[in-house]
Design a protein around this ligand. Structure first.
Ligand code: T5A
Ligand code: NA
Length: 231
């Protein structure tokens, strides 16, 4: 059996440098003559992606369940092409994946209830969608062989260009999102399906590039193992 390409996902908070690093990695793979391709979610170019784009820009409102399912459908519509490319030996770099889907949706909370007497205790916000519910539409998607999670403190991400323009780019949201990402990473690592690596996204671009290459390099020879499924 000939070798297949590796499925590499780059995840992280908003402005952690995912797109910058995904493009650099593509260039480095191409320079090394490794057949490779970059994809990104949400893919705003498809009919489903256009609905997502309008929602993210706050130009439209959608029920939380409905937008979550659209994000998932936007991944499922690309699955046949992901599998075909991997089987033909192309390595895929994927800028965000199902993990963003879970982290952002499971972080949505109800606004605090207006009580008659102000409480002296901090009230824990209640999630709108459970973690399990958020995970279910993405069950059986192709599993990444490697997920690189670019970790960054929300306050540091905020200082970078363009922050605050889209719906979820608020510090309290990003802090909850980061917590969910950490939980997902622990589950991936203990499931034995694919590898989850946390990298410091707060470093200089060139340093992050190097830490990514150290992780990706062992996969550039191609893989003989079958493509696995998420969870
Ligand atoms: N979402 C997504 C869901 O809710 N559900 C889902 O299922 C999915 C897939 C849009 C939103 O959708 C949500 C999550 C998001 O809130 P998007 O289209 O990926 O997702 O968002 P973008 O706006 O394209 O990307 P991000 O905001 O996440 O930014 P990146 O890609 O992490 O960061 P990047 O590379 O564009 O860099 C940002 C800025 O920082 C600089 C760059 O030059 C740029 O100006 N920078 C650095 N500066 C200093 N040091 C470094 N190391 C730097 N690296 C980059
Ligand atoms: Na991006």
């Amino acid at each position: 059996m000939s070798k297949r390409g590796a499925f590499i996902v780059i995840e992280g908070l908003d402005r952690s440098g995912k797109s910058t690093q995904a493009e650099t990695l593509l260039k480095n793979l191409q320079d090394a003559k490794i057949p490779s391709k970059l994809i990104k979610f949400p893919d705003r170019s498809t009919p489903i992606g256009k609905l997502i784009d309008s929602y993210l820009r706050s130009e439209s409102e959608l029920d939380d369940h409905a937008i979550h399912l659209l994000f998932s459908a936007n991944r499922w519509e690309v699955v046949p092409s992901i599998i075909k490319d991997l089987e033909q030996g192309t390595t895929i770099i994927c800028d965000r994946y199902a993990f963003s889907g879970i982290a952002f949706s499971a972080s949505k909370v109800h606004p605090p209830a207006k009580s008659a007497s102000p409480s002296t205790f901090p009230i824990q916000p209640t999630p709108k969608l459970s973690y399990e519910w958020c995970r279910s539409p993405d069950i059986s998607l192709p599993a990444p062989d490697l997920t690189l999670f670019l970790d960054i403190l929300p306050e540091k991400a905020k200082a970078r260009g363009g922050y605050g323009e889209e719906r979820y780019e608020k510090e309290d949201v990003q802090e909850r999102v980061r917590e969910v990402f950490i939980r997902i990473g622990e589950e991936i690592e203990s499931s034995g399906v694919g590898k989850w690596v946390v990298l410091d996204g707060g470093l200089e671009k060139e340093e992050v590039e190097k830490s990514i290459w150290d992780e990706v390099n062992p996969l550039t020879a191609g893989l003989k193992t079958p493509i696995q499924k998420l969870w």
